[in-house]
Design a protein around this ligand. Structure first.
Ligand code: PGA
Length: 247
């Protein structure tokens, strides 16, 4: 059985003070979440604070992006070994905001997947269609292209060691969640595409998941957890989603 995973994506939010409060709340409540694996992906500059508070708790932490390079003259970038140096277990790769605002191509995303694994991190690979693509009826084509690029570059076995997050772009931060049926359909498609490693790869759903809709989404056969943006910024909401992932 795949262990559920709930990962928070704080994006570019928070301050030292607000993060200390959020982590304090998580630490206080995490004892009730017994079976789901839980992680938070912090802005890189707050990883030291995050580590200091979460070390020794069941909550893991991770980054939100990684350079394709391991070191060198790449001003402003964060390398995989640096994330590992701060105890990160996970790193988000190919989030739609990186693809849209930073021009990350499928090839770049594939290279980042490799860079993350080379540093011993577990990549959380984001895939998903825009509203326009869904309306054109090409959701599966888009998701297949995004996945296949990584499979071609890294190999299926490597992909099997990672985590996939299906995040329909139209559902991110909009309050519009995919219905459980819509999400399950794409999750089943993704699993089908993963062939020999399908049974072990966790496929998370992301896009306006919150305490109200989490249970229904997480009840779907191929939804193994969530990548949570807005609702991960409040300890109570995030913990409620984590509890909904318990099996
Ligand atoms: P959201 O973000 O939960 O705020 O929609 C999810 C994500 O972008 O990972």
């Amino acid at each position: 059985m795949r262990q559920p995973l709930v990962a928070g994506n704080w994006k570019m939010n928070g301050s030292r003070a607000s993060i200390a409060e959020l982590l304090g709340g998580l630490k206080a409540g995490i004892g009730q979440v017994t079976t789901a694996e839980v992680a938070v992906c912090a802005p890189a500059i707050y990883l030291a604070d995050t580590r200091a508070q979460l070390d020794g708790t069941p909550v893991a932490w991770g980054g939100q992006d990684v350079s394709v390079h391991a070191s060198g003259a790449y001003t402003g970038e964060i390398a995989g070994p640096m994330l590992a140096d701060f105890g990160c277990r996970f790193v988000i790769i190919g989030h739609s905001e990186r693809r849209a605002y930073h021009g990350e191509s499928d090839q770049t995303v594939a290279e980042k997947f490799t860079a993350a694994q080379a540093a011993g991190l577990v990549p959380i690979l984001c895939v998903g269609e825009t509203l326009e693509e869904r309306e054109q009826g090409i959701t599966e084509q888009v998701v297949a292209r995004q996945l296949d690029a990584v499979i071609a570059h890294c190999g299926l076995d490597a992909v099997g060691e990672g985590v996939i997050a299906y995040e329909p772009v139209w559902a991110i931060g909009t309050g519009k969640t995919a219905t459980p049926e819509q999400a399950q359909e794409v999750h089943a498609f993704i699993r089908g595409r993963l062939a020999a490693v399908a049974d072990k790869v966790r496929v998370l759903y992301g896009g306006s998941m919150n305490p109200k809709n989490a249970a229904e989404l997480l009840a779907q056969a191929d939804i193994d957890g969530g990548l949570i943006g807005g609702a991960s910024l409040k300890a109570d909401d995030f913990l409620a989603v984590c509890s909904a992932a318990n099996r």
